[in-house]
Design a protein around this ligand. Sequence first.
Ligand code: NAD
Ligand code: UD1
Length: 350
Amino acid sequence: MAILVTGGAGYIGSHTCIELLNAGYELVVLDNLVNSKFESVRRVKELTNKEFPFYKVDLLHIDKLEEIFKENTIDAVIHLAGLKAVGESVEQPLFYYHNNITGTLNLCKVMSLYGVKNLVFSSSATVYGLPDSVPITENSPLQAKNPYGQTKLMIEQVLQDLYQSDKEWSISLLRYFNPIGAHESGRLGEDPQGIPNNLMPYITQVAIGKLPELHIFGNNYSTADGTGVRDYIHVVDLAKGHVCALEKVWKTTGVDAFNLGTGKGYSVLEIVQAFEKASGVEIPFRVIGPRPGDIGACYADPIKAKINLGWQAQRGLEEMCRDAWRWQEQNPLGYETNKKDTTLKLDVLL
Ligand code: NAD
Ligand code: UD1
């Protein structure tokens, strides 16, 4: 009985693999390494002292994907593979739609062919667009503000339709809020390409001296201190949410969406202060104009996941900052020192 983890070499995927292995599951991991390194997979094996097959396969190559199902007995899939940079999705929408949507269609086709109908999908709080009110429940209106968000919304719809066509499917749509932090060993963490888009990796790179100062995107929002408020969740808590979702998917059929967040929002300034306290390093910052498309406050109502999945985030902001800092300090250059290979991207486009 094996679980196929797509995108298993990535930030959330590698932490999810650890939790699945610790829970006793057998794994098969697929990733094309377009935004990750094999080193994370090696470290997952090292940390758990467990073995599993890894396939450097692109979801767009359906024949290779099918071979994985032929060679292994797959019982469920945790589907994290996808491209996730909002700005890049605006610049290259076709690339994003092709990768995320076609990749998922291929996966579902092969799953159907092999009678594998248990799926946990990585969705995002981005499907709520500009929320009318907070905390955000799963019933809040859905809207996409950019091609990346649109791919998540479209995939959610595809999966709803798939279930309507075949009631044997069991699908969890996990809407992640803002994952930060790293494995407490300091061996796994977030390894962004180039200048980070997101707050925590930007802060840790300022702390290590790679970037000179943090730019705070606006301090005029209607929040307590004027800076943006988000629901930051420790990546290990998020990873554990996948194990709970898998257990639910196993027992039921249907499609259900769950917010994976803590239910508590922190402002940018609160994050900076908490990080400074946890690391002992001062973070120089400058307030600049708001980032286009940004919202003031976004945090989850996580009660549905607590009731239905028996899952609740356990780790607080101090641990998130401490673990993010440990990862950055121990791995100042991420998983590797050499430049990323971008040829895979070209392969996909050709
Ligand atoms: P990540 O980039 O670290 O991991 C995604 C992995 O998918 C990468 O290892 C990449 O190489 C792989 N991949 C991409 N396209 C592929 C393809 N066609 N075939 C095979 N592998 C492919 O990102 P992450 O932060 O770990 O995110 C995992 C998932 O969670 C993504 O779907 C993302 O959209 C979603 N998500 C992430 C966040 C976040 O803040 N990190 C928030 C909400 C949702
Ligand atoms: C980002 C993504 C969103 C995704 C979410 C969760 C963008 C535009 N949006 O949003 O699609 O669902 O992550 O992964 O990338 N901030 C700064 N300075 C920085 C970076 C961020 O002030 O250098 C602020 C932002 O304005 C925001 C907060 O920090 O208020 C968090 O930003 P970020 O980590 O990018 O997450 P989201 O804005 O939630």
